[in-house]
Design a protein around this ligand. Structure first.
Ligand code: FAD
Length: 449
């Protein structure tokens, strides 16, 4: 540490903060890493260890032709330390990568704590210090830091809940059934896709919805109920027609196949300018993910829908990234500060790791006068960051990597497997070429290896 020329603070030694601290330290930066556990715990963590997995021990699919599998290859190419530890601590899990959670977070704690360039400070941050800072305090950021974040970011740009409707891959919708139209033909062109329901279809959907299994909220989530934003299944429970007079109202819409107004209509709104993904309007939900697949595929036109993300309603601190962050994860209003992890709305264990890595590489680039580190938008994580930091992204909700936000292929490929494999091939090619042009990104440190 004595010889370090540059310094930075990382707040939070979760998945993002662990990666960020180590990447900076390996590049010779003196890092002050603040972690409040074990003295102050979050409602989901159980230990004082770094990079603790708060829930499942699965890091999802390891198949490179899935978005999650591709992200793993991207992290490996970028020499992620957390990804390396995950491989070392892997346990058998079929096609997924799962880890021995204790070994994994012990190893992360040891490696980071012993790094000569990292000073670990076990303290709860209640402000953002001067100098280069990466804030990686996660979805359960402690309340001590909230006022400082609200002042820095604007309280209207900070959310404490994630109440998101499911999003589906546009290419998996049945276009012979769903039709493009705006209610009463208002708006610039057809802003929505509409899934029309007959009375029998609505009744079947309704019964399935009210009977479906819900995720049990954690105690800390049950205490703070939404008033304005009710899950779709709760609205349905208030009466058979409640949805037909609410989110599923058919007024102002005519099914072009019948020339008539349907009994009910599910509206889908484009998630991005390329309209590669659509969200189900008004469908924020607490249903278990498997139940969402089963019940929402009863909607005509969605029988084969692929869910780019499932609907959720849970405690989750995250910011309005499209308006606050640039593509290097720096605050547009103060470039010395970066956010990383779930706070940025890039959701998922390895997405948190990837954003910690990108934030660290960019902080380092700023410190040494290097050029910004922006991944190709065709990669799994590059596409997610491009989406998350694009000011045109509206109603931003946290999202994990998925092929619904990558740029369309030059030629349309119908089969899902073949299409995903083509996305993965393109991403790998683009990442290799990008890396070859950025030898400055190679890490010379070697302390952890
Ligand atoms: C209940 C729950 C379950 C989840 N389950 C999964 C799952 O199964 N799979 C999945 O992929 N994703 C899951 N996620 C989403 C997400 O991937 C994880 O939350 C992930 O840990 C996020 O990484 P992070 O680095 O942003 O935050 P964290 O890993 O939570 O790290 C944040 C760190 O900051 C510390 N901290 C907070 N406030 C302060 C402060 N003021 N001062 C100092 N330190 C502070 C915390 O103690 C923590 O160590 C879940 C999220 C939640 C809330």
């Amino acid at each position: 540490m004595a010889n370090a020329v540059h310094s930075a603070t990382v707040i939070g030694a979760g998945l993002a903060g662990t990666e960020a601290a180590w990447q900076l330290a390996e590049r010779g930066v003196a890092v002050r890493l603040l972690e409040m556990r074990p003295a102050v715990m979050t409602p989901a963590h159980h230990t004082g260890d770094f990079a603790e997995l708060v829930c499942s021990n699965s890091l999802k699919s390891d198949d490179p032709s899935t978005a999650a599998g591709l992200l793993k290859r991207e992290l490996e190419a970028m020499e992620s330390i957390v990804m390396r530890l995950a491989r070392e601590c892997a346990v058998p899990a079929g096609g997924a990568l799962a880890v021995d959670r204790e070994r994994f977070s012990h190893a992360a704690t040891e490696l980071v704590s012993e790094h000569p360039n990292i000073e670990v400070v076990r303290a709860e941050a209640d402000s953002v210090p001067d100098g280069s800072v990466i804030v990686a305090t996660g979805p359960l950021t402690s309340s001590a830091l909230e006022p400082a974040l609200a002042r820095l970011l604007g309280s209207e740009r900070l959310s404490f809940y994630d109440a998101a409707a499911p999003i589906v891959d546009a290419l998996t919708l049945d276009r012979d059934t769903v039709f493009a139209a705006s209610r009463y033909d208002k708006g610039a062109g057809a802003d929505y896709l509409n899934a029309p329901m007959s009375r029998a279809e609505y009744d079947a959907f309704y019964e399935a919805l009210i009977g479906a299994r819900r995720i049990t909220e954690k105690d800390f989530e049950r205490k703070e109920l939404f008033a304005a934003c009710q899950p779709v299944e709760e609205v349905a429970r208030t009466g058979r027609d409640a949805l037909r007079y609410g989110a599923l109202k058919p007024v102002g819409l005519t099914d072009p196949r019948t020339g008539e107004r349907p009994w009910a209509v599910v509206q889908l709104r484009a998630e991005n300018a390329a309209a590669t993904a659509y969200n189900l309007v008004g469908f924020q939900t607490n249903l278990a993910f498997g139940e969402q697949d089963r019940v929402f595929r009863l909607i005509p036109g969605l029988e084969d829908a692929e869910f780019v993300r499932h609907g959720v309603m849970h405690r989750n601190t995250f910011v309005d990234a499209p308006r606050l962050l640039d593509e290097t994860l720096a605050l547009r209003s103060d470039r010395r500060i970066r956010l990383a992890g779930q706070l940025t709305g890039t959701e998922g264990y390895l997405e948190a790791v990837a954003s910690g890595l990108v934030a660290a590489l960019n902080t380092f680039a700023d410190l040494v006068g290097g050029s910004p580190v922006v991944l190709p938008p065709t990669t799994a994580f590059g596409a997610l960051l491009a989406y998350a930091t694009n000011p045109e992204t509206t109603s931003y909700q946290p999202m994990h990597v998925n092929f619904g936000v990558v740029p369309p292929l030059e030629h349309r490929i119908r089969g899902k497997r073949e299409r995903y494999a083509a996305y993965a091939d393109r991403a790998t090619r683009d990442l290799d070429a990008w890396f070859a042009a950025r030898p400055d990104l190679r890490c010379q440190g070697g302390h952890g290896t």
